[in-house]
Design a protein around this ligand. Structure first.
Ligand SMILES: [Zn+2]
Length: 95
């Protein structure tokens, strides 16, 4: 795995861990307490920010893919066969 793909996986793992810890905090809240609603709103906001961070990440393995000229499927640059339409491909494509 190349470095950028490893970095992506590491960042994704940290985001998942942060989400799990926020959910664990949420589970500790006692529903009857007056500050619980305010705290839950803050937690939901933090979870939303993590979701946005995850959505803004681009998997470098995905970014390096190229478009199959026959069906538009995204394939690895050195693929010789499209996994969707099974057309033979030229590995030197740059599109
Ligand atoms: Zn195809």
């Amino acid at each position: 795995m190349e470095r950028s793909a490893r970095d992506f996986s590491a960042v994704e793992k940290y985001l998942v861990t942060a989400r799990e810890r926020l959910h664990a905090l949420d589970a500790l809240l006692e529903p009857g307490r007056p500050e619980a609603a305010t705290f839950r709103t803050a937690l939901a906001s933090a979870l939303g920010a993590l979701d946005e961070a995850r959505a803004s990440l681009v998997d470098p393995r995905e970014a390096s893919r190229v478009v199959c000229p026959h069906c538009g499927n995204r394939v690895m640059p050195d693929a010789t066969l499209c996994a969707r339409c099974w057309h033979r491909l030229e590995p030197s494509r740059t599109s």
